[in-house]
Ligand binder design. Structure first.
Ligand code: ASP
Length: 327
């Protein structure tokens, strides 16, 4: 900066001081003045991507700026999350994380380059996503009981698609496998969008996926669903039994998706973003699309940044005794 620039800048700071504002408060007041980047840690077309696009599409209208989705894939979502943790904390780079990137990855990866609580500000929960046990449409078992017997009998031959170590599909199928006492072959993809394509094409045998990705395929008859791992059936799939109904009550799994900002993002910016999420979740069109895809809209008390912070803490505590470190 030249002398003139320095003078201008110091004048700016002096004006702000006169108004009782710090420069970060002033930036937050006008926020956002340009496009916002939303990092999605998995491939396009998967549940995280779909939920992020539905909600940020509405948030962009509220905020008056475009929200650009950037799919950054790899390492079960942790590559993108590391990048988001190191981004400028000015509200212009955010991430849509989930139960994997912001909870299960902590005990899974002892050398994780970020910590969900220390390196991020919680912004707001977007949607809960029940987990389904899915299979290619020509896998022989016709119900969950037959599937369990089949996987046990063919443990060394069957394979399970997932979105990388630490992804929701990986962690929830590991949980299923430990309930069943089997160790099938895992086949990693960059997201369950591409994993679903492989399931539809019959290239992999089964998958534990968040509901959002699966409803259109199940209803279209391109894959089969053995059960939903929640206490109640899902209204978008009334014919799919719960795991309890189908004979496997021990397998319960529901994931969640939420927006986070790098640590130190100004509180006023977080408040604006959270208000935009809340507004999106109250919009009839947004609600309809989320519900049609089987997701669960958070109750009002669960939509605050503080509630998301509490969720992250409890989810890390929940997964720590369940998952084993990978390195
Ligand atoms: N939710 C991820 C996706 O959007 C995949 C996963 O976590 O299993 O592809």
């Amino acid at each position: 900066m030249n002398r003139y620039g320095r003078l201008l800048a110091s004048g700016f700071v002096a004006v702000l001081a006169g108004l009782g504002l710090s420069s970060s408060q002033a930036l937050a007041q006008n926020y956002p003045t340009r496009n916002i980047t939303m990092i999605v840690p998995f491939a396009a077309g998967g549940p995280t991507d779909v939920i992020a696009r539905i909600v940020t599409g509405h948030m962009a209208q509220t905020l008056g700026q475009t929200i650009i989705i950037e799919n950054v894939v790899g390492a079960g979502g942790t590559t993108a999350t590391t990048r988001a943790a190191k981004a400028a904390n000015d509200g212009y780079t955010l991430i849509t994380g989930h139960m994997g990137t912001h909870a299960a990855s902590v005990p899974l990866y002892p050398k994780l380059a970020y910590h969900p609580e220390k390196d991020f500000e919680p912004v707001g929960l977007l949607a809960g996503t029940p987990i389904l046990i899915l299979a290619r449409k020509d896998l022989p078992p016709k119900d969950l009981k037959e599937f369990i017997a089949y996987v046990k009998a063919n443990e060394t031959k069957v394979n399970a698609a997932h979105a990388g170590i630490g992804s929701v599909s990986n962690v929830s199928c590991e949980l299923l496998n430990s309930v069943l006492g089997v160790k099938p072959i895992g086949v990693p993809f960059n997201g369950t969008g591409p994993a679903m394509n492989a399931l539809v094409a019959g290239q992999v045998d089964y998958m534990c996926d968040q509901i959002v990705n699966a409803v259109p395929q199940i209803n279209g008859g391109t894959i089969k669903a053995y059960a939903v791992a929640t206490p109640e059936r899902n209204p978008s799939l009334p014919n799919v039994p719960t795991t309890a109904e189908a004979g496997l009550p021990a397998f319960q799994a529901q994931a969640w998706n939420a927006i986070f900002a790098p640590k130190g993002t100004p509180p006023d910016v977080i408040a604006k973003l959270n208000a935009a999420i809340v507004k999106a979740l109250e919009d009839e069109t947004v609600r309809k699309r989320l519900i049609e895809l089987g997701s669960v809209i958070p109750a009002p008390a669960d939509r605050t940044p503080a509630a998301l912070g509490t969720l992250v803490k409890s989810e890390i505590a929940k997964w720590t005794p369940v998952v084993k470190p990978v390195n």
